[in-house]
Ligand binder design. Structure first.
Ligand SMILES: [Zn+2]
Length: 278
């Protein structure tokens, strides 16, 4: 079986998992919402999913083609740490999880640190509510910035298709979970946020107050936030009233899909400029 065949076969179960998580997360956040949404659902979902479709066509397809080509080349040429063991699953999966989440954490901090990167990433942060649709709200340039980070990892590790696809399934499912407006009991939230990124943990990253926006960078695991002391918490009850989004771009028109696409051309207001703090 070549890499392409394995990818298609290996994509079935993660695809099913991702679809189930997506449907369950939307149903759960509608049935047991953590917060009352402040903006119209139809307006937000229409714009967020429109941007997602554009980002998918313009950007994700290019990224996938590059990753696919790199993975196929690595497998055919025996390149990478696990190239000699294409039948291994758990160790390559754990290695990929650890290494990619570390680089994801570092890249995310750079997005917040450098003004030009922030102009791209602010599109994700300007949503004034947080729910499943926010996890898809990324400017088309954002996945392309990750490409020079992810491609060398594929070549370095030489991960076989089943583990690579399983990782993608876990990554997408946990990213959707982290952005959901799902109410989780306090006792469970308190324990779970040490292990994976929970909705409360990630919602703080979307708070408009800068000290919280620049914390909790972990995508699906919070381990590097605890290690590098960038984790923050607020009392359980305060999550319900805290303001989300940015200190600017707060009007409904700011979330219109054409404005989101053009947002990187415009510098943030001086008071919200990046590069002024670490
Ligand atoms: Zn961010």
């Amino acid at each position: 079986m070549n890499w392409a065949e394995a990818f298609v076969q290996g994509a079935v179960w993660p695809g099913i998992i991702v679809t189930v998580v997506f449907i369950v997360a939307i149903a759960a956040e509608l049935l047991a919402p953590r917060r009352r949404l402040s903006a119209g659902l139809g307006w937000r979902w229409g714009n967020n999913f429109s941007l997602a479709a554009i980002t998918w066509v313009l950007s994700h397809l290019i990224s996938i083609a590059v990753y696919f080509t790199a993975g196929t080349w690595a497998a055919q040429n025996g390149v990478g740490l696990f190239a000699e063991h294409p039948d291994w699953f758990w160790l390559p999966l754990a290695s990929l999880l650890l290494v990619s989440q570390f680089f994801s954490y570092v890249t995310h901090r750079l997005f917040h640190r450098y003004p030009l990167l922030w102009r791209v990433h602010q599109v994700h942060h300007s949503d004034v509510d947080l729910d499943v649709s926010t996890s898809y709200r990324h400017h088309p340039l954002e996945p392309l910035v990750f490409m020079p980070v992810v491609t060398p990892l594929i070549l370095l590790l030489g991960i076989a298709a089943p583990a690579a696809v399983a990782y993608q399934g876990i990554n997408i499912a946990l990213t959707v979970f982290a952005h959901s407006n799902l109410r989780i009991p306090e006792w469970l939230e308190r324990g779970l946020c040490k292990l994976i990124v929970t909705p409360d943990f990630h919602r703080l990253h979307h708070a408009s107050e800068r000290r919280y926006t620049d914390s909790n960078y972990g995508g699906i695991v919070p381990w590097f936030d605890y290690l590098f002391r960038t984790a923050s918490h607020r009392p359980y009850a305060e999550q319900e009233d805290m303001e989300l989004g940015l200190e600017y771009h707060r009007q409904p028109a700011d979330s219109r899909v054409d404005r989101l696409l053009l947002a990187p051309l415009e510098a943030p207001p001086p008071a919200a400029a990046r590069g002024t703090t670490a």
